[in-house]
Write a protein that binds this ligand. Structure first.
Ligand code: IMP
Length: 204
């Protein structure tokens, strides 16, 4: 086993995100550690008004708790016709904590009823932050633009993927294989930059 010096903690309990992060970071010379190895890690309340501040809060809290190099990301969906909602509330849009993906999708579709496809522009955004020894050592942002479809399509991915339509592919993220999503997504955009920072850090 590598030393904790070469371990990277992924600060998320979201299994969908975790799978994507592990795939995108594959091949780095470090052991990827998840919160399952820290059952007593504090639950971080995402109560900040920006993705960056939420990601910072998660990274700092969990780096402090574990003493490990820690990567946190906060991400969500911004819909133009809804003035940017659900935004930082994406995970709990339907009815607060405990909202399911299906309920969140339902609320967005309901709020967009009657809005034509061309006006259903939206983006997924991802803000990633790296923390080590109580210091922020990097941050990166990624986004991907698309349209909110009128119905759910496909079962791949997680969250709002079945209603996030990419005109250039003629498919939603719910219909596209993970290999394509992981190449073009907001998360992969941000994580590509984080990967460069980590590669430099592990070369030292
Ligand atoms: P948080 O970053 O843990 O606050 O949660 C972000 C929420 O945004 C997720 O629970 C999803 O609802 C949504 N989200 C973020 N990234 C994606 C994605 O890649 N696909 C679908 N939904 C996403």
């Amino acid at each position: 086993m590598m030393s904790t010096e070469c371990s990277l903690l992924l600060a998320t309990r979201n299994q969908g995100k975790r799978r994507e992060l592990e795939t995108i970071l594959k091949g780095l010379p470090c052991r990827i550690v998840t919160l399952e190895e820290f059952p007593d890690a504090p639950e971080v309340v995402e109560d900040r008004s920006t993705f960056l501040d939420n990601a910072r809060k998660k990274a700092q809290t969990l780096a402090r708790h574990t003493g490990l190099l820690t990567l946190a990301e906060d991400s969500g969906l911004e819909v133009d016709a809804l003035d940017g909602r659900p935004g930082v509330y994406s995970a709990r849009y339907a009815r607060g904590e405990g909202s399911t993906d299906a309920e969140n999708i339902e609320r967005v579709l309901l709020e967009l009823q009657g809005v034509p496809l061309a006006k259903r522009t939206a983006r997924f955004v991802c803000q990633a932050v790296l923390y080590e020894s109580d210091k922020e050592i990097g941050q990166a942002f990624g986004e991907v633009c698309g349209l909110i479809s009128e119905n759910r399509r496909g079962h791949e991915g997680f969250g709002y993927d079945p209603i996030f339509y990419l005109p250039e592919y003629g498919k939603t993220f719910g219909e596209l294989p993970a290999s394509v999503k992981n190449r073009i997504s907001h998360r992969s955009g941000a994580l590509r930059e984080i990967r460069v920072i980590l590669e430099g850090r592990f070369r030292r």
